[in-house]
Each structure stands twice: as C-alpha cells, then as structure tokens.
Ligand binder design. Sequence first.
Ligand code: E4P
Length: 217
Amino acid sequence: MKFFIDTANLDQISEAQSLGVLDGVTTNPSLMAKEDITGKQNIIDHYKKICNIVDGDVSAEVISTDFEGMIKEGEILAALHPQIVVKLPMIKDGIKACKYFSDKGIRTNVTLVFSAGQAILAAKAGATYVSPFLGRLDDISTDGLHLISEIRHIYNNYGFETKILAASIRHTMHVIDCAKIGADVMTGPLSSITGLLNHPLTDIGLAKFLEDYEKGN
Ligand code: E4P
C-alpha cells in the first residue's frame, strides 16, 4: 500500500519524506488555507515547492465547479510539474472533466467520494485515483471501512485500474484496516504514519538491550 500525506505543511511533508516511506501528497483548499496559502500564484508556487520535496504524486485540487472552468484550471495545474495529479470533485461536471483528462493522458483524482456508485462512475470515467473519505463517514456513524471494501470488491470484479486512495484517514488503525482490505493508497496526517512506529514492547526491549550492553562495557 502506498502512503500519501494529507497536508500542505512543508515541514510535515519533509519529515515524512525523510522517513523514506512517503509515496505522495494530497492537498485540498482547506489544507492550503490552514497553512495561510491564499491567492492563485501563491497556491501554484506552493504546489511546486511540494513537488520539489517529494518524489511521488501530488494531488492539486481545482476550485471550479463547471466543466470549462475545471478543464482550464486542470490544464494549468497539470502543466506545473509531471508529478501533479488533477483533483476533481465528484459532481457531474467533475466526472465529465475526469473523462476529458483521462482521454488526454492527464492523471486525475476524483475526490469527495462517499458511495460505491460514485466510485463506479469515477472508474468508468478513467480516474487514476478515487478518494473515498472514510473518516468523514465514520463521523456521521456510517462505516467508512465498509465503503473501502465495497469499492475493492467492485473494482476487482471488473478489473478497473483506478487506484483506491483511502482518504480522510484519522489514525493508525484506519491505515492497518485499509491495508487488510487492499486499498492501493492511504492518505492521512503525519501522525497516522509515525504512529505506526509505536509499541511499548519495542521501547522496553530497546531499553533492556542498551542496559545490558552497558553492563558488559
Ligand atoms: C483527501 O484527499 C482529503 O484531502 C482528505 O483526506 C480529507 O480529510 P479530512 O476528512 O480529515 O478533512
């Protein structure tokens, strides 16, 4: 399973990259705003900075909600850097734009997916990635992991090549459960990646090894 980090924070992206296990980055307008990155040019410059830190795919989201606007924005974003993946909302014009970009060989990520039906449409439109938001489903007492497994099952049935990018990951158990289901990618905060390091028996074991080494020296 690939690991993407879901942030526009350059320090956190660099920290994850330095671990050597990072495969890409996802951003959205809210994550950009959280870092005080506003205005078209600043946002574009920020995407370039992110691409210079990581080796993998970087999702850059369009703001337009109409087909023509999405095409215009998406073409500008895709031309920024070969690592950019155009992120499109799961609405009618988003699906049309997804088909347009996939026919042109421009990679896409269909975002804000909350149902298996939406995931089928994204795959049929040739999306490179589909982003089901599991945390936000959990937030409304709906089983987000169940959606990931439904999409896995359906995509396997038909050999859809669209990658399942489990999004809105909140914690390490989401990461582990998505890996069990067979999500292709997970995107989450830095803590969902670094949290996987932790086990008290590792800490106790290491302390004992070091203590015993000291005794013998
Ligand atoms: C996905 O690409 C989104 O940026 C993201 O995962 C949303 O997560 P949230 O529900 O934690 O905002």
